[in-house]
Design a protein around this ligand. Structure first.
Ligand code: DGL
Length: 264
């Protein structure tokens, strides 16, 4: 039986969705959370829609066994390929994340924006639908960030390989005179310091973390399941290496966080 004291569940293809999890626990500091890092199966972005749906179902079942009250799909690739299927198969609220191209399109001055995302997100029907309502005067340069997720999953956030791969994706965007860069993958906020070194301060970087945290709060209130009294406990389960997560979160490990290896 789900109640206010039940945890909020999260999953991602790996460690990246913790960028969203951090926003949520900052906004909702009384909530217990359980996060699944499906690193063994990363990257999702190169998989077929059917494979992505099957992985999302597996993750959802694990979180339901842990009695989660809502599930945040902390992955653009999983959301854009599987959220409709999850919503029709499971009787629990799902919060998804999509690339924030609408706000970027509303604010651009140069009428040129760029989006960096996975192949799975950029090729999805949901993303196509969102892009189709963008004003036709605005040029949207889409780039697949192939290889970035793998480097982050390998703990090579600050490596030379990362800098040169990022440069190869970002330099053509700068040459194209964009003024906004949408990060369409939850792993990429971890790259913001390196991205800024390449693109400078003039190009605005947009991600959807805060919007997801706000929406999570709205949904908890709507269903009357927000927690107001707890001393929150956080568990991150990974099916790969716990050290990568320890390093990634070293600057912001909240109290009562356990990072555990599990099979799922
Ligand atoms: N964090 C996932 C996303 O937002 C990464 C996708 C992948 O595993 O390729 O899309």
């Amino acid at each position: 039986m789900v109640h206010t004291n039940s945890p909020i569940g999260f999953f991602d293809s790996g460690v990246g969705g913790t960028s969203i999890w951090k926003e949520v626990i900052t906004r909702l500091p009384k909530e217990h959370t359980i996060y699944l890092s499906d690193s063994e199966n990363a990257p999702y972005g190169e998989k077929s829609k059917e494979q992505i749906i099957a992985l999302c179902e597996k993750n959802t079942k694990f979180l339901l066994q842990k009695n989660c009250k809502i599930i945040v799909v902390a992955c653009n690739t999983a959301t854009t390929n599987a959220i409709d299927s999850l919503r029709s198969n499971y009787n629990i609220p799902f919060i998804g994340i999509e690339p924030a191209i609408k706000p970027a399109a509303l604010n651009t001055k140069t009428k040129k924006i760029a989006i960096l995302a996975t192949k799975g997100t950029l090729n999805s029907t949901l993303f196509e639908k969102t892009s189709s309502i963008i004003n036709k005067d605005i040029e949207v340069k889409e780039t697949t960030g192939k290889g970035l997720v793998e480097l982050i999953e390998d703990g090579k956030l600050n490596s030379k390989e990362m800098t040169s791969l990022l440069s190869s994706y970002l330099k053509p965007m700068i040459a194209n005179n964009i003024d906004s860069l949408v990060l369409g993958c939850t792993h990429y906020p971890y790259l913001i310091p390196q991205i800024k070194k390449i693109i400078g301060e003039k190009i605005q970087i947009i991600d959807s973390g805060e919007a997801v945290a706000k929406q999570t709060q709205v949904i908890l209130n709507k269903y009357n399941i927000a927690n107001t009294h707890s001393n929150p406990q956080h568990i991150i389960y990974t099916n790969k290496d716990t050290a990568i997560l320890q390093n990634l979160l070293s600057k912001c490990i909240p109290e009562n966080l356990r990072i555990l290896k599990a099979k799922f």
